[in-house]
Design a protein around this ligand. Sequence first.
Ligand code: AMP
Ligand code: MG
Length: 421
Amino acid sequence: MTLPNSSDASSSVPAKKPMLSAPQALAFLLEAATPLDGIETVPTLEANGRILAGRQVSQLNVPPMDNTQMDGYAVRAADCAGGAAVLPVSQRIPAGHVGQPLQPGTAARIFTGAMMPAGADAVVMQEQCEAAADGKSVTIKHAPQAGEWVRRTGEDIRSGAEILPAGVRLRAQELGLAASVGLASLPVRRKLHVAVFFTGDELAMPGEALKPGAIYNSNRYTLRGLLENLGCTVSDFGIVPDSLAATRETLRRAAAGHDLIVTSGGVSVGDEDHVKPAVEAEGRLSMWQIAIKPGKPLAFGEVNRGEGKAYFIGLPGNPVSSLVTFLLFVRPFILRLQGAAHTAPRAYAMRADFAWSKADKRNEFLRARINREGGLDLFANQGSAVLTSCVWGDGLIDNPPGQTIAPGDLVRFLPFDALLS
Ligand code: AMP
Ligand code: MG
């Protein structure tokens, strides 16, 4: 792996590094991420959110038998071709029970989900029938097509068909599908172990009184929530003071037993930003200036761990920057490590119902909300510390560098729903 803009300790004159575009930075990250080894088999009931480790093939047809979609009468369509037919009711077939073959010229009372009796080829819904008072015969008032209201064997899934490919992230519907073909357990990728810590002398924890000059460590809550949504096991090393020694010491502890370290703050190149030299001392690092707004600085590298290494990603401290850079870069990186087949979020072309007249030379990610007219409104304050914008908003507009937006323009919208799972 060659990291772009790797720091070169031998050069005494710091050259001005070109900024990476968001797609360039993402491509480097994804190339650097080697999917982790480790597969475990878990009960299907406990596989929600996990990444499927191998393709799943159905050993049976779904449905496994022809059955009725309606409460009504199972008939031979040919017996009812002439309109109102009066047929003796030969049997009653509730769901889960197997009837007798249907004799020509008779009807079977049948209930949704029940197996079609041999010889019957259609169901007439009960609303189109009139049962005799004694229940022994029925007037069929509708001439059905053969196959009407019949769910055919295998019409959902054929025996031998792939139902789920490897690398899919298991949601409720994937679990249901696996269960529908009788899979009681599934092979999934092992969980990623992620260590987090938060740099900043100004940080206090909710529950503590705020001293002058302090702010609450909101990133802890945001980042942990994001990581948990992705199915990671999170170890939290808490708030780390702005000192090189403390940062190095925490990095060493965090590398042990973890696949990835994610931090917030301290990744600029000011006197109080110690993440860069700390990672350089404990492993290796690339500091990237990414041409995005919010979230320009991002640190990426590795921290030594015995004979191995832990991946390292340092996010900026500003709460919106750290959320946005997580969604754009850390999320796909983690998905790749977890062996997910798809890492790109779903994006939609949507209509802007606002004007954005000051083009930025960077690629902006604007917080916006879907309005009742199906267009997008913009949050008034797009500041990188204004977390309110992300709670108000439904997602991010990916606005290319140098682009103004006029009302009615189509923009690329990334819904939080697609980014947060
Ligand atoms: P930094 O990236 O360390 O230069 O921090 C940039 C800004 O983000 C500063 O205003 C910090 O106070 C703020 N900040 C840093 N870490 C956090 C955090 N964990 N929670 C909330 N704000 C933070
Ligand atoms: Mg700081």
